[in-house]
Ligand binder design. Structure first.
Ligand SMILES: O=P(O)(O)OC[C@H]1O[C@@H](O)[C@H](O)[C@@H](O)[C@@H]1O
Length: 285
């Protein structure tokens, strides 16, 4: 970065990880150099909206928390062979392309992963830190063939207790229940963790795009809005699954993921030479 480009961005650490620290008059944020994921977003006067596990492992294990970028595939969708879960972006080292201060004192940082030149898809991330947090995932297909893409912004939203919150905006939507052999079910009312077995791995195709995570314990609501993101995924592993995850363990109650994605049946076909974008906006209400 040149001096003028680095306005509002400096190197530091966040949750123990090397990061770019981003400031604006409205909020601070941190973006991890490993994974390029936003680790922290704090509107002025508020607690962090994002959660990073106190048990998060160190690189090359993906960081459990913040907003990992799942790209160029979600989970292991449409892949063959032994590929890493959620793609290559979240374990890449990233660089800042440029940064600038936009209107309304929003600080914008553009980033790209290093070492993924073997792919014919190119990825660029835009992070805008202001009264809201906006993240854009921009994919360009450099090949002369169409490419199929799945992707997600896999936010870990900090909550008082995952068993006490609910998510509005999904009622009546169909979902694939990944904890129940991908059975297709219908969301009956707001999303809540089930009482009997409190865990959720639900993929909602063709979802509405705006979701409200209502947290009475913290007295706050986190609004998540997807743009050009047809899918929603609501994930919390619950106690039993988390007990087998070294980087979650007893901390499973501290977050809920309300991911905006293009995944499951919502595949994106990127024409040869074309560019597509997906955005997520996070706001405190
Ligand atoms: O452990 P990972 O690879 O970070 O994935 C966490 C979860 O991410 C969610 O998005 C998936 O729907 C889950 O199936 C998965 O378990």
């Amino acid at each position: 970065m040149t001096a003028s480009e680095s306005q509002g961005v400096e190197r530091g650490t966040a949750y123990g990880f090397d990061a770019w620290l981003v400031t604006s008059p409205h909020a601070t944020a941190a973006i991890s150099i490993f994974g390029g994921q936003v680790l922290s977003y704090r509107p002025t006067g508020a607690d962090d909206v994002l959660w990073v596990s106190p048990l998060a492992a160190t690189p090359p294990t993906p960081i459990r928390g913040g907003i990992p970028v799942c790209w160029p595939y979600f989970g292991k969708e449409n892949q063959t062979g032994d590929v890493p879960s959620h793609g290559y972006a979240r374990t890449a080292t990233w660089q800042v392309v440029d940064s600038e201060v936009l209107a309304d004192d929003v600080t914008q940082v553009r980033l790209a992963p290093l070492g993924l030149e073997r792919l014919t898809l190119r990825l660029e991330l835009t992070v805008r830190v202001g009264a809201t947090l906006e993240i854009g995932v921009r994919t360009t297909n450099l090949s002369d063939e169409p490419a199929v893409l799945t992707e997600a912004l896999h936010n870990y939203l900090r909550v008082s207790d995952a068993t006490d919150v609910h998510v509005e905006g999904l009622s009546g939507k169909s979902y694939e229940d990944k904890f129940d052999d991908l059975q297709v079910k219908t969301q009956d009312g707001d999303w809540r963790l089930p009482d009997d077995v409190p865990r959720s791995d639900r993929l909602y195709p063709d979802a509405g795009g705006t979701y409200r995570l209502v947290d009475p314990g913290r007295g706050r609501t986190i609004r998540v809005t997807g743009d050009r993101a047809r899918t929603a995924v609501v994930w919390n592993p619950g106690a039993d699954v988390a007990s087998g995850m070294a980087d979650v363990g007893p901390h499973w109650r501290e977050f809920v993921c309300v991911e905006t994605a293009n995944a499951g049946p919502d595949l994106i076909t990127v024409a040869a030479g074309a560019t597509v974008e997906m955005w997520q906006t996070i706001a405190l209400e």
